[in-house]
Ligand binder design. Sequence first.
Ligand SMILES: *Cc1c(COP(=O)(O)O)cnc(C)c1O
Length: 444
Amino acid sequence: MTAYPFEAPESQALLERAARVTPGGVNSPVRAFRAVGGTPRFMASAQGPWLRDVDGREYVDLVCSWGPMILGHAHPGVMAAVQEAATRGFSFGTPSENEVALAEEIVARVEPVEQVRLVSSGTEATMSAIRLARGFTGRSKVVKFAGCYHGHVDALLASAGSGVATFALPDSAGVPASSAGETIVLPYNDVEALEAAFAEHGAEIAAVITEAAAGNMGVVPPLPGFTEAMRRVTREHGALLISDEVMTGFRCSAAGWYGVEGPYDGGAPDLFTFGKVMGGGFPAAAFGGRADVMAMLAPLGPVYQAGTLSGNPVATAAGLATLRGCTPEVYQRLADVSSAIATATTQELSRHGIPHVVQWAGSMFSVFFREEAVHNYDDAKAQNSQAFSAFFHSMLSQGVHLPPSAFEAWFVSAAHDDAAVDKVVSALPAAARAVTESFATIGS
Ligand SMILES: *Cc1c(COP(=O)(O)O)cnc(C)c1O
């Protein structure tokens, strides 16, 4: 039995209250701390890089709401935009100007994206992109990669990352074989497997969907040439390529992972999905790409897709203010903060002889407790997640809130100032000692 320092009585009380009315007490599984043990902290407020829990403790936030809070919490510019929008009404159920401006902002940033449709979550974006690809090609099979998470879409939950990886679930119950059977799951970064799948099923495959750079099994960027190979193979067989940039979009660079790795000699992905950063902490997401493909969507074409709150005026105001706030200086700060934290972490872990590897996608990074580089889901699963739990709890007790899973990226914001970075760095020696002690416990 692991003992966790019990220092969250108010969170514990709220968790018990929550568990009576909500399964597991949470509204998204990874929040429950099941993988690392202990009591999830219920947050009361957040400002800049800081979270404050209901017990009055402060944490440097290295989750940033799983990506959206790129400018930091309660950013004054975004706050003003949200308040101004809310003053004019919460939802119209008609078109409104902010939606146009947000779509223009996305189209201006990501060169191959000619048109977008706004939705309310990343899950909706990937679900709609898959339907659109099936409608456009008249085919039904979809290729995805093990360890990639595309939201909780039935057809895309097979061997998914994020919470599915965190809880080592083979797949989700409740997904009918008729739906899962249309999904072909391949190892990430494996061109041969991709070519073999297309050699066998090429004429039935509507699309390949991939995380632009995987971030939901920890950070695993595509190996050089992998994206181009996906482009070449899909094109040869008349399938679409969908780049899921829900996590990487507007974070890895102003144009997301595409801005880091593209443009590609063999051409760009046909469709992209976005979420997280583009909503600025509100429910706004999007899918988009080639205009001829997007023209298949209702009301122009036969592929139906809709949403009561799609393009919500308050959410789009937050997203627009966030994207406009993502200046070159912001991206420089993200790079500096990530590099300071990652460098200090690796130095401290190395000093203790702890096997680990840090992996990057732009300024997005994560730490794996294993010696060798991670190129796919099998590699990611071979990390020492017990070591991560020990590290996580030591950091938490010292006021640093990491993602409560070894299978997630660490997120920083441009509001992470030197005080926040120093707090993280000064927590590392004790956290490294905790990892070493966890090895001793396992060994005995
Ligand atoms: C978070 C995420 C999703 C799902 O987005 P939600 O808004 O949680 O539905 C899809 N794809 C990727 C790559 C993600 O990181």
